[in-house]
Design a protein around this ligand. Structure first.
Ligand SMILES: CC(C)(COP(=O)(O)OP(=O)(O)OC[C@H]1O[C@@H](n2cnc3c(N)ncnc32)[C@H](O)[C@@H]1OP(=O)(O)O)[C@@H](O)C(=O)NCCC(=O)NCCS
Length: 171
């Protein structure tokens, strides 16, 4: 197992056309179906980084700002932003495209945390993730703040231990 891997090695892209089975009663992609796609593409990126079985530990806030109509083509791009000890953060960006109309918009961005586990489901160490582009570096730096925030929200960290967030919590 290498000690580190470039974040680009985890890049995973999935493209799919929205079919009737994917939609809600208004004929737009159902939120839960989009979340399933986000989880799967994110897990593949996490597997590429860790070369391990991974489980979803958490999904940060996901908001649905634009509908994705029947017949649109959705593209999901997932990449590891930062690896910690056994867990890694993955960003999944979702785009919706109406190819005949020539329109494309970004519909969602989600951050997920996956944990690499052994065959018994026990967390196992993973390689460091090395950012490459300026954007990768920004995502990498901010990942520590997001990690501390989600660990506080899940009751796994006390605010006074969140070195990166002390200013927000007034500590
Ligand atoms: C995620 C899981 C493996 C963590 O196991 P654990 O015994 O609590 O292990 P640890 O306390 O050592 O935590 C392991 C890592 O997970 C991270 N983690 C645990 N819960 C987390 C959460 N809610 N959000 C973000 N990270 C989390 C920890 O910070 C730690 O990261 P690090 O090793 O990089 O520092 C375990 O809770 C699990 O198997 N959950 C079910 C996963 C699953 O089935 N997902 C699909 C849902 S249907």
């Amino acid at each position: 197992m290498p000690k580190s891997k470039k974040v680009s090695e985890s890049l995973t892209i999935k493209t799919e056309m929205i079919m009737p089975n994917d939609t809600n009663t208004l004929g737009n992609l159902m939120g839960g179906n989009l979340m399933r796609m986000v989880d799967v593409v994110g897990a593949i990126a996490a597997q590429k980084h860790s070369n391990r079985i991974v489980v979803t530990a958490s999904i940060d806030n996901v908001s649905f700002e634009n509908v994705v109509p029947l017949g649109d083509v959705v593209t999901l791009e997932a990449k590891v932003t930062r690896a910690f000890n056994t867990s890694m953060e993955v960003i999944v960006e979702v785009y919706s495209e109406n190819i005949p109309a020539g329109t494309k918009k970004q519909t969602n961005t989600a951050f997920l945390t996956f944990v690499a586990v052994d065959q018994s489901g026990r967390p196992i160490e993973i390689p460091e993730a090395v950012p490459e582009t300026d954007r990768d570096k920004e995502l990498y730096d901010a990942a520590l703040r997001r990690r501390q925030l989600r660990l506080i929200l899940s009751g796994r960290m006390q605010p006074h231990d969140a070195s990166e967030l002390k200013a927000i919590f007034g500590l």
